[in-house]
Write a protein that binds this ligand. Structure first.
Ligand code: GAR
Length: 221
């Protein structure tokens, strides 16, 4: 039996990924404890979710700090004060400084609503539609300095349909985010993530059973 991983979750908005983590912890599937949720946005709905589930939270407004580094130092202190082992960025819309990454080396995860390295940044569902890709999806990765970079832990691919809007695609992707983030954190809790350069290997994972997808489906070939 492995021990629970103590996580600190960074949010800025709705917090549906946070909710998914809470649900999986409460149902006993995810061996983690949320020690603190930190939001840079006082109006984030994610904070309401914390109140509903009696999860400690702290609001650290970036606007109140003169520099990125000062803001990041407050984040680091808040996370360390409760013994955070793993930092989980769940819709956190601030770029972090190198000081932050040094404070938690390979102990920061991020989720991004695209198949990285395609479409980093913001408004990525629209960018995927505009580009005309046939698949998009989501990625959980260890965060490194830089925007949406770092060794990839798990990805989920979803098809893009001809009649998709940004919203319908985002919704399809979000459903998968809510599955792969708990899984990535559970791998971490079980000590099964082995980082080998840019690659993250999952110890004792059987690998994909059906590894080829087509969109549109092949008809004659
Ligand atoms: C999610 O789609 C997440 O992947 C994205 O913000 C959304 C937050 O939703 N994050 C990024 O774009 C970071 N680059 P949530 O607040 O409902 O979890």
């Amino acid at each position: 039996m492995h021990k629970k991983v103590d996580i600190g979750v960074l949010v800025s908005g709705s917090g549906s990924n946070l909710q998914s983590l809470i649900n999986h912890i409460e149902s006993g599937k995810l061996d983690a404890e949320i020690k603190i949720v930190v939001s840079n946005n006082p109006d984030a709905y994610a904070l309401e979710r914390c109140r509903n589930h009696h999860i400690p939270f702290s609001v650290i407004e970036h606007r109140q700090y003169a520099s990125r580094e000062e803001f990041d130092r407050r984040l680091i202190d808040a996370l360390n004060s409760v013994g955070t082992e793993l930092v989980v960025m769940a819709g956190f819309m601030r770029i972090l400084s190198s000081e932050f990454f040094k404070a938690f080396p390979l102990r920061i995860m991020n989720i991004h609503p695209a198949l990285l390295p395609a479409f980093p940044g913001t408004h990525v569902q629209k960018k995927a539609l505009d580009y005309g890709v046939k698949f998009s999806g989501c990625t959980v990765h260890f965060a490194e300095e830089g925007v949406d970079t770092g060794p990839i832990i798990i990805q989920s691919a979803v098809p893009v349909y001809d009649d998709d809007s940004d919203d319908t695609l985002a919704e399809r992707i979000l459903r998968e985010e809510h599955r792969i983030y708990p899984q990535a954190i559970q791998f971490y809790a079980e000590g099964r993530l082995k980082i080998d350069g840019r690659r993250v290997l999952i110890i004792d994972n059987p690998g994909p059973s059906d590894s080829v997808l087509h969109n549109p489906p092949l008809e004659r070939f």
